[in-house]
Design a protein around this ligand. Structure first.
Ligand SMILES: Nc1ncnc2c1ncn2[C@@H]1O[C@H](COP(=O)(O)OP(=O)(O)OP(=O)(O)O)[C@@H](O)[C@H]1O
Ligand SMILES: [Mg+2]
Length: 232
């Protein structure tokens, strides 16, 4: 087994005036290559705080975090952003596509930053959109696509740089139930192909599409047990 993500005793505290609030409480969390892990927790439990640390958008107050061989708990901002661009593909609730750009141009964008030639960019972006089922919508702008289609564009954009981890924060939160399930089916296909996925959600039904669930409550992470399913 190849451990891609290894968090040890991760603590995050916020200081509000005189008071210190511990938002993440000694989190120990591992993800192996090829896993599809979902993190399930209610509002205010610390999901976004944890996601920001997993995704190298923020650093913990204390603890260790190894991401694919990078010591990301102790990095300056510039190095952290290099690691982030290389290792993480982000998917958000609100898609976060650029409204003036076509689907193809949105997916191509990360490859421009990566210095890939125009010809290769176009080929790769087109192939990725075909893969997510949008081969006929290359020229559509985001407002000419349904919510589910926009999320597929965002998934193609996240995949285009071949990141180590796909990191999704409530990816079905802005979609109706049926469309949300379709997006989960796409995640399951990607998982079957060997992609490593970490997904955050407050929705237990959505969380069950993963191959492993962990729960977060008041900043404490626990494994999801069979009893939780029966009684919760
Ligand atoms: N920058 C900050 N400064 C102070 N407190 C913060 C900060 N960010 C988050 N918190 C606090 O940390 C706790 C967890 O917040 P977080 O955003 O991680 O929750 P969440 O699980 O993502 O909730 P939701 O499902 O509503 O998005 C909350 O009590 C919040 O008030
Ligand atoms: Mg949140």
């Amino acid at each position: 087994m190849n451990t891609i993500l290894n968090m040890k005793d991760i603590v995050k505290t916020y200081r509000m005036g005189d008071e210190e609030q511990r938002v993440l409480n000694e989190i120990n969390f591992n993800v192996e290559q090829g896993e599809f892990v979902t993190i399930l927790g209610p509002s205010g439990s610390g999901k976004s705080t944890l996601m920001n640390i997993i995704g190298c958008l923020d650093v913990p107050t204390s603890g260790n975090y190894d991401l694919n061989g990078n010591d990301v708990a102790h990095m300056d901002e510039e190095t952290l952003s290099e690691v982030r661009n290389r290792e993480i593909g982000f998917i958000f609730q609100q898609f976060q596509l650029l409204p003036r750009l076509s689907a193809l141009d949105n997916v191509e964008l990360p490859l421009i930053y990566a210095g890939v030639s125009e010809k290769e960019r176009k080929q790769r972006a087109k192939a990725m959109l075909e893969k997510v089922g949008l081969g006929t919508k290359l020229k559509n702008k985001p407002n000419q696509l349904s919510g589910g289609q926009q999320q597929r564009v965002a998934i193609a954009r996240a995949l285009i740089t071949q990141p180590t981890i796909l990191l999704a924060d409530e990816p079905t939160g802005a979609l109706d139930q049926k469309t949300g399930v379709q997006i989960m089916e796409l995640f399951q296909e990607l998982h079957a192909e060997g992609k490593t996925i970490v997904m955050i959600t407050h929705d237990e039904k959505i969380a069950r599409h993963g191959s492993r669930i962990v729960k977060i409550l008041d900043g404490t992470l626990t494994e999801y047990r069979q009893e939780d399913e029966q009684h919760g």
